[in-house]
Each structure stands twice: as C-alpha cells, then as structure tokens.
Design a protein. Structure first.
Length: 283
C-alpha cells in the first residue's frame, strides 16, 4: 500500500488541478464536436483518458526533472527527488499509464488512434523543452490542447477549422496561466538554468499575460458567433472574464504564492467556459 501511495503522489492525484486544466478544453471540444450532445462512449473514453495522460505526464515530468527537483524548494519532496520512487520504476509506471490510455483509444476510430500517437509524443517530450527553449509553455499548450482535434476525430471523423481555433484558444490560455505558474519558480529556475516564458518576458510578464487573456476572450466570442450559440453563452463568458481580472490582481506584485493562486484560479475559468458552451447549445 505504501508503494501505491507513492505512485499516487508521483501521479499528483492529490493535486487534481492539472486534470482540470486538461479536462475543460477537452470538454469544450467535445461539446462543439457533438453539437451539445456528444456520444457517451466518446465522453467516457476522453474523461478517463485525461486522468491517465495527465498522470503519465506528471510521472515523465518528474523523471525528466529528477536532478533538478531536489534543488527547488517547491519540488524537493516529490517522490523521485526524495528517493521514494526509483527512476526505472517511474518509467515503467509511465509506460503502464500510456498503455491504459491507448487501450481506451482503441475503442475509437482509426483516425483518433493515429492522432493519439502524436499526443503521446507531445506528452513525452514536453518535460525536456525547458532545457532548450524559453517557450515550454507554448509546447505545453499544444500538448494539453491535442485532445481537442482528437475528440473531433472521434465524434465526427473529421477535424474542421473550428477545432483548430479551439486548440489555438487553449494554447494561448495555457501560455497565460503557465507563465503565472512559472513566475512562482523564477528565482530557482534562474539559478539552475531552467528556461520559461516568465524568464523570457521579464518585466513584461504581467502585460503579456493580460494581452493573452484578452485574445483568449476575443477568440471565445468569435467561436460562439461562428457556432451561432445562444446569448446565454456570452453572458456566462462575461462572468468568466472576471476570473482573468482577479488573476491580474493576484499577480500584480509578482508574489510567488499569489502567482500560484492565480494559476490555480484558471480551473474556475475553464469550468465556466464549459458551462457557457453547455448553455449556448441547450438554449
């Protein structure tokens, strides 16, 4: 049982924020692809797939950072960094989770299966990006958003332009919230040579996050217009924008603890946007 407990910690099941941030855009895409009434099978496969792939992503991330995490205050007690789980064990766990997710995808059509291979590739490479580029957050946005074209492929057998627009919206949103997340570790990252958009943007970080959030809202309005959604969609979307305003207030002094709170707050934004899609189709 102790071993399973350490595995659960490694998969960050006790911190589901990553599951939420991966789940909400997946549900956005699912509701659009299913025109407000997606298949129960597709919905079940992708919801379970989100949990499995986010867990796998955490495992491979900690494996990649096993020599970095011990030097960062926030991550030094993680299972691999503290020696509670071995590196080879972590790789076996990662492979097992990916195989479970792949088994689920096999219930979908062949097109979706092919796209899932790209998804695994994106998830595997992401943790290594911060060693070579200042834009790992952009790559994360692509990895987190890849479920969107996948749900369209599963639900409709095609990937229309609206799917790529939703993917772009999620990518920009991810860069915004993950930059706030990176602001919490900026000092440690500078010491150990890890790159991030928070470091690259420098003193322009808050302004760029705000600009990204504005673009996200514009894109969501355009998506609603293109889909001819009910006016309730825009009403709920207006409420969701309040979370972005609150996040700007949280990061105004660049306090690491408050930047982390701003990152966590994006769960509520993603959830409210999902409710906006549900209302937009229902009414």
């Amino acid at each position: 049982m102790t071993r399973l407990y350490h595995y659960a910690l490694l998969m960050r099941l006790h911190r589901p924020i990553g599951i939420y941030l991966l789940l909400w855009p997946t549900l956005w895409g699912l509701w659009i692809a299913g025109t407000g009434s997606p298949s129960w099978l597709v919905s079940g496969v992708f919801i379970l797939g989100v949990v499995l792939m986010r867990s796998a992503g955490c495992v491979i991330n900690d494996y990649a950072d096993r020599k970095i995490d011990p030097h960062v205050a926030r991550t030094k007690d993680r299972p691999i960094a503290s020696g509670q789980v071995g590196a080879k064990e972590a790789l076996f766990l990662f492979a097992f989770l990916c195989l479970l997710a792949f088994a689920l995808v096999l219930l979908m059509n062949r097109f979706t299966v092919y796209l899932s291979v790209i998804g695994v590739f994106l998830a595997t490479l992401y943790p290594f990006m911060k060693r070579y580029t200042y834009f790992p957050q952009v790559y994360l946005g692509l990895a987190f958003g890849w479920a969107v074209p996948m749900v369209f492929a599963a639900e409709t057998g095609d990937i229309p332009m609206i799917a790529w627009l939703v993917l772009l919206t999620n990518l920009l949103w991810t860069v915004a919230y993950d930059t706030a997340y990176a602001m919490t570790d900026r000092e440690d990252d500078l010491k150990i040579g890890v790159k991030s958009t928070a470091i690259f943007f420098g003193q322009a970080d808050k302004l760029i996050i705000a600009l990204l959030q504005i673009i996200v809202m514009i894109l969501l309005v355009f998506i609603g217009y293109d889909l001819a959604l009910h006016s309730s969609y825009y009403a709920i979307l207006t409420g969701a924008s309040g979370f972005f305003i609150y996040q700007q207030w949280l990061i105004k002094d660049r306090d690491p603890a408050l930047c982390f709170q701003a990152f966590l707050n994006n769960h509520w934004f993603g959830m409210l946007v999902f409710f906006a899609f549900v209302a937009g189709y229902y009414f």
